[in-house]
Ligand binder design. Structure first.
Ligand code: TYD
Length: 402
């Protein structure tokens, strides 16, 4: 495997077997020609970039039927409102200021940009999936329905001018050509402008063995040190970072174009933690691989033993992440009766690869004996909502089995 950033030969550190498109929910329980790819991950010991070996064609994943909508969780809606406040205070404009320009890459259904629109801040979304892009238009968010890259960035620069802020949430880890992406951001930003992006954080995945963050869309798991090393080659200088609870543990990176600010104490501390965790040492990933195997076996055994007693097991949240778990652990309808989910586009469909039915949320009653919390990243919100549920909860996470 060649590193997607520097082209060097790098080792494969774990194999998750054949996997389907994580968000490819199916209309039929027995589809013909479902697409699968071999999901292995590799790490570059020189720059710490954790990456998928093979990724399906992006058009297989981000299309007019893309099943992921940001607005499905109140927590995420609030999160994006907070982001918009942070951006507005950065721009120092509570009022409309037509000097400012903000671009969000992968703006999904406009859950962040709608607040900038309301405030009158000039902004633009870029979103390749047509159905979610159309949804954002309902909130007055101007959206370019295309994949982001340096060609589009040059066009946007000449049509709209340079941006003060380029923001992206859970998007950069989806874009395979990291060099073109960094170049594209550098082209679009003003000198002194800030690139803010957030993605699931490698150190959280390693610490929690939350291997379900790895699926077709997530080509990379970043860390502060890998972002620092890679983006500076494109004149984008990491100066701050913020840990976030979203997606089970994320990191927001702040990079400035051209100007090199001093690193904040947050960033210095985080890089210290990363150094202690030895992110450049392949032994670290060998441990991760062993923990993935342990958690896979323990989780499947737990469900099998439970099912032997003829009990009802329901999956709570047909997350993209659950696709990796079910296909890696080889768990289907034999163990999980069905998922319940609140997303209209997933309801009455079948999960990718293992074809477990997805039913609407009202099927959570009568309550099952065991609920598998596949939406574990929304644990707080869900525990609050399900106070009356008296059955058991479980996740696939390593810590549930040790
Ligand atoms: P998400 O957190 O985006 O995870 P992923 O990126 O892995 O898809 O998805 C959460 C899923 O869980 C989404 O399909 C909606 C569903 N969900 C519920 O069914 N009930 C809930 O109360 C919450 C918060 C989410």
């Amino acid at each position: 495997m060649k590193c997607r950033h520097d082209g060097s030969e790098i080792p494969i550190v774990h194999d998750f077997g054949l996997q389907p498109i994580a968000n490819g929910f199916l209309d039929e329980s027995n589809p013909q020609n479902e697409y699968f790819f071999s999901m292995q991950v590799a790490v570059n010991p020189a720059n710490g970039l954790f990456q998928l070996v093979e990724q399906p064609d992006p058009k297989q994943m981000f299309h007019e039927n893309y099943a992921f909508f940001t607005r499905t969780s109140d927590f995420m809606k609030n999160h994006f409102k907070d982001v918009s406040n942070e951006i507005m205070s950065y721009l120092n404009s509570e009022e409309a200021n037509h000097e400012n320009f903000v671009v969000e890459i992968g703006s999904n259904d406009g859950a962040m940009l709608e607040h900038l629109v309301k405030n009158g801040t000039p902004c633009l979304g870029v979103e390749p999936s047509k159905n979610v892009a159309l949804e954002s238009e309902k909130y007055g968010v101007k959206t370019i329905n295309e994949f982001f890259g340096s060609d589009l960035s040059k066009q946007l620069l000449s049509s709209h001018g340079a941006a003060d802020i380029v923001y992206a949430a859970n998007v950069f880890c989806h874009i395979p050509d990291i060099n073109d992406l960094a170049q594209a951001c550098s082209i679009l930003l003003k000198d002194g402008g800030t690139l803010m992006f957030e993605d699931p954080y490698l150190l959280d995945v390693l610490n929690k063995t939350s291997y379900d963050q790895i699926y077709d869309e997530h080509v990379y798991l970043f860390s502060c040190s890998s972002v620092q090393r890679i983006f500076k080659e494109f004149d984008l200088h990491l100066y701050d970072c913020k840990t976030l609870p979203t997606h089970g543990g994320s990191m927001r990176y702040y990079l400035s174009k051209t100007k090199c600010f001093d690193s904040t104490s947050n960033l210095i501390n985080q890089i210290d933690k990363e150094n202690s965790a030895q992110l450049l040492n392949l032994e670290t990933y060998d441990q991760f691989s062993k923990k993935c195997e342990f958690s896979k076996n323990a989780f499947k055994d737990y469900l099998s033993n439970f099912k032997k007693e003829n009990k009802r097991i329901v999956g709570y949240g047909a997350t993209s992440k659950s696709t990796t778990i079910l296909n890696y652990c080889d768990i289907g309808n034999d163990l999980i009766d069905f998922f319940t989910d609140t997303t209209p586009t997933k309801i009455n469909k079948f999960s990718p690869g293992k074809h477990v039915p997805v039913l609407s949320y009202d099927h959570f009653e009568p309550h099952p004996d065991l609920a598998v919390l596949f939406a574990w990243n929304h644990k707080q919100e869900i525990m609050q909502k399900e106070k009356d549920y008296k059955g058991l909860w479980i996740t696939h996470l390593y810590e549930d089995f040790i």
